[in-house]
Ligand binder design. Structure first.
Ligand code: ADP
Ligand code: MG
Length: 607
């Protein structure tokens, strides 16, 4: 039955304009398709990349006016080059908007883009020499190809369908590729995306530019369809309508926006009897959809299947890889493989690092060294500055003062994905999984190929792109097997218990082939069996040459695994020594451990 669905749909698509006899209906459908393209484009930036944009009427208008200005009164053959040019001008506007928008998030971004849309509308009204203001621009020719004119709605329909197919294909290929995973990571947990090596800036700009190119092309289609345009068409109402299409259809899905367009454009036709109530019904409908169907119509249509999470009570032991497995090389930085003998060098060096939050000194003049290939623990009471230090080293916070070296190189970089590229990977104290992705896809976000395929290769799904994907998957498999999660690879990460999501973060970090891994309280919430397993993983990391900096409260655990311990209190280093000496350190016992009982626990652990 499903097999028949696609051919039937295609036949229906092709037959429609010949069956539909009413010019009105055909015009409505063509406008609907153009809006669907706009919705696909908005979904690209909002659904896929999670960046709210309320300026879409602006990009649509720029595309429409580019086409109108350049072809008005001219030949229909101009349509083709100008169609592309409309995409380009809107794309440039997207770039101009995208760059400052990088600094804005959430509501601020929404307002910023809303302002952009308004500015475009005002320019269209007032730049009379070019746009002819309220008079509008007419005599926009019908497209012409080898003498064939697309001069009726019936003919134009096929142009619109072709453009919609292209937009859908672009959106689908993007979502199915490494770019789609990057977008999802950006949307679900931007900080973690950055520290996992995703170039957040580039992806955001890419999302804005591609989205506005598509919107610009839709604008050009619109101009040539209606033949006359004026600024009244490109108001916020367009944006609001397109936004409802995306929300009602299913944000973040490939076909949802199209479904939403059918609904929003079709609904007023069905509701015609009560035209005066239409606005009310429409508004209530959108509110209902947003409140009660977060997945949109497409989410309702999809069969709900409860996720079966395979049990990994045995820790997935049979799937685990040992350090002698050749696949382990996929996780080991090539630089570590050749330098295993130089374990004594300094991997991370920090000097006079200070970080303030208002009046609070979270880290004060801190200097410390972490030696390569060791497990270095960072302990201290709550609020001592441990997580802040990890955030500074991984580029989540900018380093205001102090110097940092990594593997012998001075580090000027403050950007998280650049630090990730240097070989610094991390996990988070508060889980930051890419919650809409599967376990496998979470880990894949961290994987990099030695031969990355370019954007066009990925869109065309060439052999090079397929090879890259296979390579990335093999690395992700090694990382998942490292921590015994192979069995749950296809489960949505959010279906896993928290302790296992922590392991997913570790696998994601290992997939980056890091030189150093920063673990912020990885054992939080784990039972003793799980902690034991975690210890074996951390020791396995050390065995393959990875330097580990671990923040942990579980003292027996720390005393067992750590080669060296740094103790922080109120942002100051109060001790830095081997575990046996830390146990006996009077300052540590009084300042940090305080209570006798804890001190005793520490002593027992080391004894
Ligand atoms: P911990 O050692 O428990 O990980 P943190 O590094 O999280 O401690 O916090 C150190 C101090 O800095 C705390 O007093 C905390 O409230 C403060 N702090 C941490 N991050 C921020 C922030 N982003 N803004 C303001 N204060 C912060
Ligand atoms: Mg902390």
């Amino acid at each position: 039955m499903r097999k028949l669905l696609l051919p039937l749909a295609l036949i229906a698509l092709v037959a429609f304009p010949f069956v539909a006899q009413s010019e009105y209906l055909l015009r409505l459908v063509n406008i609907g398709i153009i809006y669907a393209i706009l919705a696909v484009s908005l979904n690209f930036v909002m659904g896929a990349a999670g960046q709210i944009s309320l300026g879409h009427a602006g990009f649509f208008g720029i595309g429409a006016y580019t086409a109108a200005i350049l072809t008005s009164g001219g030949s229909g053959q101009l349509f083709w080059p100008v169609f592309l040019l409309s995409g380009v001008t809107a794309g440039i506007a997207g770039l101009i908007i995208g760059v400052p928008a990088l600094r804005l998030k959430g509501h601020y971004l929404a307002f910023g883009t809303l302002g952009f849309g308004e500015i475009i509308r005002i320019v269209l009204y007032n730049w009379r020499e070019v746009t002819r203001g309220t008079d509008g621009i007419g005599r926009i020719p019908s497209p012409e190809l080898f003498g064939f004119e697309f001069d009726t709605d019936q003919k134009y329909y096929f142009l619109c369908i072709a453009a919609l197919m292209m937009a859908l294909w672009l959106s689908h290929r993007t979502q199915a590729s490494k770019y789609g995973r990057g977008f999802a990571a950006l949307r679900d947990a931007e900080l973690a995306a950055g520290t996992t090596g995703v170039n957040v800036t580039r992806l955001k700009i890419l999302a804005f530019v591609v989205s506005s190119i598509i919107a610009g092309c839709a604008g050009s289609l619109y101009s040539h369809l209606v033949g006359f345009i004026s600024p009244d068409t490109f108001t916020f109402e367009v944006t609001a309508q397109v936004l409802s299409m995306v929300l009602i259809g299913g944000i973040g899905t490939t076909f949802g926006p199209v479904l939403g367009a059918v609904f929003i454009i079709g609904l007023p036709e069905v509701l015609r009897v009560s035209k005066e109530y239409y606005q009310v019904i429409y508004g209530a409908g959108v509110a209902f959809a947003v409140l009660f169907m977060p997945q949109g119509l497409l989410g309702l249509l999809r069969r709900k299947t409860a996720t079966q999470v395979p049990s990994i009570a045995d820790g997935g032991a049979e799937d685990e890889i040992s350090i002698t497995d050749p696949a382990i090389e996929r996780l080991r930085s090539p630089e570590l493989a050749t330098e295993a003998g130089r374990r004594d060098r300094v991997m991370l060096g920090i000097k006079d690092l200070t970080c303030r939050f208002g009046g609070l000194v979270a880290i004060g003049d801190l200097s410390m060294e972490v030696r390569a290939g060791t497990i270095h623990a960072l302990i201290g009471p709550n609020g001592a500055g441990k997580s802040t230090l990890i955030n500074l080293v991984s580029g989540v916070y900018a380093r205001p003062a102090g110097t940092m070296t990594f593997d012998g190189q001075a580090v000027e970089e403050n950007t998280s994905w650049k630090l990730a590229d240097l070989g610094i990977a991390r996990t988070f104290q508060n889980l930051r999984s890419f919650s809409s992705l599967t376990v496998m896809d979470n880990v894949l976000v961290g994987c990099r190929s030695a031969k990355p395929a370019g954007w066009s290769a990925v869109m065309l799904d060439t052999a090079a792109s397929k090879n890259e994907e296979a390579d990335l998957r093999a690395t992700a498999e090694a990382a998942l097997r490292f921590v015994g999660l192979w069995k749950v690879r296809d489960v949505p990460v959010s279906a896993l218990p928290h302790e296992q999501q922590r392991l997913v973060e570790i696998a994601r970090a290992l997939a980056m082939r890091p030189k150093m891994v920063l673990l912020d309280e990885p054992a939080a919430g784990m039972n003793p069996t799980e902690v034991e397993r975690l210890i074996t993983y951390i020791e396995k990391m050390k065995a393959i040459g990875i330097t580990v900096l671990i923040v942990e409260h579980n003292m027996p655990f720390v005393m067992r695994v750590a080669d060296r311990i740094t103790v922080l209190s109120f942002g100051k280093k109060i001790a830095d020594d081997v575990p046996a000496a830390i146990r006996a350190h009077p300052d540590v016992i009084s300042a940090y451990l305080g209570k006798r009982g804890v001190a005793k626990e520490v002593q027992n652990a080391v004894a």
